[in-house]
Design a protein. Structure first.
Lengths: 685, 495
């Protein structure tokens, strides 16, 4: 009873923040905290409801309900609907999103309100709309609905990045984020249409759903169902569809080569960076892969591409983070890199590992961004780490929370990031050893990235908090209040301990220690659980992964060897940074990079070639199209309209104003009709 | 059913009685200068008639047709639907006329003539035989001539009235000649009787065909369709604007009511006689193409707003002719016919509103051309918004119900297999957006050469325009709920 009640209320999870959006938009000016309280109440409510549904799914079953059919009926052979799907994955994500949204609202009180910012109702309205769209995306039960909320999320991101629209940087960054992600979304949209054209449905599945596209695709591969694959082999066609949808994923999750928008997006307010560009919106991309994992698991090619993109992005972004001067830039690149890991896990067949890292990363990255926000408040909005130093004594709560998040990011045992990153690498390794050399290549890149991650993380902590203050503001920072410290403390604890939800290495030794997340994801509804995905991954008809092990170490041995290697690299990176940047007055070492320095500072010239793509190539093509449009299409249209006006003018002259002419024309017209129809009907024969 | 049966004609009776009451008032006190009393009586009468018609329609009085005087009069759901159109247009026009006529003499005559014309239209929609149809047509037409020429001191008004009368006389002659030929071929004037005669075929297909074509000529005259449309631009432009509104909305609807009734009841497409003599759906298709193309093209080059509306009215007759052309017997017939009826209903409001805006402009003396309308948006924003709604709804944009009714029409045509006709309609619709938006542009965007001097804001005329606008917009969602009434009313004709 209680369980079904929780599901009845589930739509309110997204509706509540939407209401707070309306409240802040319409009445925000008159509210005491300009809409912050409304936002906190709404996201708090969403959090409670999400937790309730999580509990309900835990004790009972998953749940799917179609709320509204907006295209359908007897005449159309497919249905477009809005509905909700509550299963272990979506409820977990709901809890994560609403927790962080709630904490970010609270933090915003300190970051925005106490700072005397203007335009706050707009800010809270946009935050509310963002939270609502993200939550709507998470519990969407079909791909089209997911796409629509995906776009809303993108819109809100645009609005929030460009929040300070009177300055030069933010509007430009907002446009960039919007355009780059939109570019990916084109492919996503085509993918959605393709899914409809192929399967006639875009349902993800769940209890009560007979034919989800994931399930039909699986049956089609084993010959139990037939679908229109437009002349391709079914597996090829499903790979194409999967890759099209992946376009949207790579745009949102800032995967190479669509990652360039995310560092620029740091122009937005820091709480926004925490919410959107660390914990939720960027997570939307990889969440979508997890959501339709049963579809990707059918195609080894798609999985390999996901893994490669992920591994490469992880390494690529980590190297750029090494030389950054602004604290938020380091975090931005680390975000890109960490999402690379999640992609690596999903592509490498580690569904649970991917979701695990998604969870821990959401907490520790939100923490790091909020910590950075706290530092930025203290530094009067100076983000340059070389102007900081020595903040450790002045802001202990921020320091220890930030340290907790940093150790998690670097992957130091026993912080949460260690457990999840280790599992990501382990899953990829064993599947790579099982006969997929491509996965091994992706694994190698991910592994090297661990070293860089350790390095840039520790460098960031040392430069920010340790040593002597290197500027006057750093010597006398602005104090922060409870509304900043409380979210930091909560997230600091979570970042430290969130790893307990899946202690795989410990479980391997002491089987009494449960793998909570593993069990949780395995107990989902038919066709949507980890167990089923594992079967798909290992089935030769589909992905066909097999597990291997390191030379004679056995399964457990491989597990510990993998953990040991990654931990060793993380520690090595951290120690190198410690050596280079310790002491009261650390020196810049970037000059030692020689020719690499400008390459890294310019982010491998990624922006440059994309700007060239936009200005050099696209503008030229657009100009050609414009010439065609104006010359030929417009010419045609103009010709038609002048012809119409000309003939209209002639027609007008028939109306002479002389009534005898009218009578004559009328009679003539009638006669013409009589003759024409007389001949046609044969009256005169 | 209703007892006594003659009560089914109550909407027409109420209008006729109101005309007589006005006559009485006027004869008691001919020199009276109490316009509010006269327009008040006319308003109450038309409102009462509309109320009765609505109640009848919604309670389904005409679901099984009421046949009176041996089938001379027939009241069914379609009759009542058209009664609603006539009376609602009349209500709005009477409301708008109050301010327009101002202190003009002979106001009682004005309202009496209008109400008598409505009586005629109501009879047209209820006629069960060709004789009644002819008399009703004349009853609707004769007062209209006088109304067009109502501004006796205005040369344009008198000239327009005379032209209207001459063309009308010619058309009536054609119509009555057509009746005689049909009688010659079938030996009866009753519509049902004609249909019965034609089931087995006809011995005189040529006579019958010419007769039918001439009947169609009569309908074309009343609906201002080609080639009988020549009177329309002149009459609409010369007439007082409320009268233009009345004739172009109500009179056109009456013409179509009669055309629907006669063609569907007396000349079913499927019957052998009609097949031999004349497939009138083809005639309707030809007339539809010619009429809407001619109306829209000519409207595009006008400088005078009222004349533009006159041609647009011709164009809309062409759209409704699509419904007639689509009654080919394939597809859902009641959908097609219902679409035509719905379009006439919506058109009744949006077109009346547009002409009343012209009436308002004439009242203010701002001039007649597009240029002279420029800048009205800032000085009279309220009615300008209403006019914008009318224009866009006439063009078929989804701001008013004109979008939906046009959509039904084209859907009906496609349904009846005439997708090419729907295509022609759509192209014409696109062209019409050009000249309708010229009005909107003049109102809101163009700067006036010299500011208008608007001294007063006539309440009744404003009220009439606002009512028309609200109904035009309100029918957009409203049609989703109530379009069933029209389709059911249309279905009665085919059962």
């Amino acid at each position: 009873m209680a369980e079904s009640l929780a599901f009845e209320f589930a739509p309110a999870i997204a509706v509540l923040p939407f209401v707070s959006f309306l409240v802040a938009l319409l009445a925000g000016r008159y509210l005491p905290k300009k809409g912050a309280i409304a936002g906190m109440v709404a996201t708090g409510g969403s959090l409670l409801l999400s937790a309730w549904t999580l509990f309900a799914v835990h004790t009972g079953h998953a749940y799917q309900q179609t709320l509204y059919t907006w295209v359908g009926g007897e005449l159309v052979d497919f249905e477009l609907t809005f509905g909700i799907l509550l299963d272990p994955l979506s409820t977990l994500m709901l809890v994560i999103v609403s927790t962080i949204a709630f904490l970010v609202h609270m933090f915003s009180l300190g970051y925005m309100n106490d700072d005397g910012q203007t335009g706050l109702p707009r800010y809270y309205a946009e935050l509310g709309l963002f939270t609502a769209s993200m939550l709507g995306f998470v519990f969407a039960d079909n791909l089209l609905m997911a796409f629509m909320f995906f776009e809303l999320v993108g819109l809100c991101s645009y609005l929030l990045i460009g929040f300070w629209f009177r300055e030069a940087g933010p509007p430009s960054a907002a446009k960039k984020a919007f355009l780059v992600t939109r570019f990916g979304d084109y492919f996503f949209l085509i993918g959605v249409v393709g899914v409809f054209a192929t399967f006639g449905t875009s349902m993800f599945g769940g209890p009560g759903v007979d034919d989800s596209f994931v399930h039909v695709a699986e049956q089609a591969l084993v010959g139990e169902a037939s679908v229109n694959t437009f002349g391709f082999e079914p597996q090829t066609w499903f790979t194409i569809l999967g890759l099209l949808v992946l376009g949207g994923v790579m745009g949102k999750s800032a995967q190479f080569p669509f990652h360039t928008w995310l560092p620029d997006a740091m122009e937005g307010p820091t709480p926004v960076s925490a919410l959107i560009h660390a914990a939720t919106m960027v997570a939307a991309g990889v969440y979508l892969v997890a959501r339709m994992y049963g579809f990707y698991a059918l195609s080894p090619t798609a999985l390999a591409i996901i893994a490669l993109v992920g591994g490469f992005t992880a390494l690529f972004a980590a190297t750029m983070a090494v030389v950054k001067r602004e604290i938020k830039q380091v975090l931005a690149y680390s975000t890109i890199s960490q999402y690379g890991y999640i992609m690596l896990a999903l592509g490498g067949g580690g569904y649970v590992a991917g979701v695990f890292h998604l969870t821990t990363h959401a907490f520790f990255k939100a923490l790091l961004f909020l910590g950075a926000g706290s530092v930025i408040i203290a530094m009067h909005h100076n983000e340059n780490m070389w102007d900081m130093g020595g903040l450790k004594e002045k802001m202990p709560v921020t320091y220890y929370a930030f340290l907790s998040g940093s150790l998690a990011l670097a992957g130091i045992v026993p912080f949460s990031g260690f457990w999840s990153k280790d599992e990501v690498l382990y899953e990829t390794l064993v599947h790579g050893l099982g006969g997929s050399p491509i996965l091994l290549a992706a694994y190698a890149m991910g592994l090297i990235a661990v070293f860089f991650t350790g390095f840039y993380t520790v460098r960031m902590v040392l430069l920010t908090f340790h040593g002597e203050p290197r500027s006057e503001t750093a010597a006398d920072p602005e104090p922060v209040r409870w509304n900043v410290k409380l979210p930091l403390a909560v997230l600091g604890v979570l970042a430290a301990v969130a790893g307990v939800i899946n202690l795989v290495p410990v479980h391997a030794v002491v089987s009494a220690v449960p793998e909570i997340l593993h069990d949780w994801l395995y107990h989902g509804p038919t066709g949507l659980n980890g167990e089923h995905y594992h079967e798909l991954i290992t089935n030769d008809a589909f992905a066909g992964y097999t597990s291997g092990e390191l030379l004679g170490l056995g399964e457990t041995g491989t597990l510990f060897a993998s953990a040991g290697i990654s931990l060793a690299l993380a520690v090595a990176g951290s120690l190198l940074a410690l050596v280079l940047y310790r002491g009261p007055d650390p020196a810049e070492h970037t000059d030692k990079l020689g020719a690499l320095k400008p390459v890294l500072f310019n982010n491998y010239y990624q922006d440059e070639y994309q700007v060239w793509l936009a200005e050099g190539a696209t503008v030229r093509v657009a100009r050609l199209a414009d010439r065609f449009d104006r010359g030929i299409i417009d010419g045609l249209v103009n010709f038609v309209s002048s012809l119409s006006l000309f003939s209209g003018d002639r027609l007008r002259r028939v109306q002479t104003g002389i009534v005898t002419n009218y009578a004559a024309l009328l009679t003539l017209g009638l006669t013409l009709l009589l003759v024409a129809f007389g001949v046609m009907q044969g009256w005169f024969v | 059913m209703i007892e006594p049966a003659w009560a089914a004609t109550a909407p027409a009776l109420v209008v006729a009685v109101t005309a007589l009451v006005l006559f009485l008032v006027d004869s008691i006190d001919p020199e009276s200068n109490r316009p509010a009393l006269l327009s008040g009586v006319a308003l109450v009468g038309s409102l009462a008639a509309m109320g009765v018609a609505l109640v009848y329609l919604l309670t389904g009085v005409g679901e099984s047709p009421v046949s009176l005087y041996g089938g001379q009069l027939v009241v069914d759901q379609m009759t009542l639907f058209f009664h609603v159109i006539f009376t609602s247009v009349t209500t709005v026009v009477v409301l708008g006329s109050h301010d327009y006529l101002d202190s003009h003499p002979y106001q009682a005559e004005y309202y009496i003539l209008m109400l008598l014309a409505v009586t005629g239209m109501a009879m047209m929609a209820a006629s069960g035989s060709l004789a009644v149809a002819f008399v009703a047509l004349e009853l609707a037409s004769l007062p209209s001539y006088a109304l067009v020429a109502f501004m006796k001191q205005n040369r344009g008004s008198v000239e327009a009235g005379l032209k209207y009368f001459l063309i009308g006389a010619l058309s009536s002659a054609v119509f009555v000649f057509g009746i005689s030929l049909v009688y010659a071929a079938t030996g009866t004037l009753l519509l049902d009787g004609i249909a019965d005669q034609l089931v087995e075929g006809t011995a005189l297909p040529g006579v019958l065909g010419v007769g039918m074509l001439m009947l169609i000529g009569g309908f074309a005259y009343k609906t201002a369709s080609a080639p009988f449309h020549f009177w329309a631009p002149e009459a609409y432009e010369g007439a007082p604007a409320p009268v233009s509104a009345f004739i172009s909305s109500a009179s056109k609807a009456a013409g179509f009511a009669l055309a629907f009734r006669v063609l569907i009841t007396a000349f079913p497409v499927a019957s052998a006689g009609v097949q031999n003599a004349l497939d009138w759906t083809v005639v309707a298709a030809v007339l539809a193409v010619v009429t809407m193309t001619l109306g829209n093209f000519a409207a595009a080059t006008q400088e005078n707003v009222k004349r533009m509306l006159a041609y647009s009215s011709i164009g809309h007759a062409g759209y409704v002719l699509i419904a007639l052309a689509s009654l080919t017997g394939t597809g859902d017939q009641s959908l097609v016919l219902g679409a035509g009826m719905i379009h006439l209903l919506v058109y009744g409001f949006m077109n009346t509103g547009a002409f009343l805006f012209v009436a308002l402009a004439e009242y203010w003396d701002v001039g007649r051309t597009f240029e002279e309308y420029s800048g009205l948006g800032t000085q009279a924003p309220f009615v300008s918004v209403a006019m914008t709604v009318f224009m866009f709804s006439l063009a078929g944009l989804p701001i008013g119900a004109g979008f939906l009714s046009k959509y039904y029409l084209f859907a009906g045509a496609v349904n009846g297999g005439l997708w090419w006709l729907a295509l022609v309609g759509a192209v014409n619709s696109a062209l019409s957006l050009f000249y309708y938006s010229r009005v909107v542009k003049a109102l809101w965007i163009d700067e006036p050469d010299e500011p208008h001097t608007i001294e007063s804001y006539p309440a009744a005329l404003y009220g009439a325009i606002v009512v028309a606008a609200v109904v035009t917009v309100g029918l957009l969602p409203g049609l989703f709920l109530f379009d069933g009434v029209a389709f059911d009313a249309a279905a009665v004709l085919f059962s």
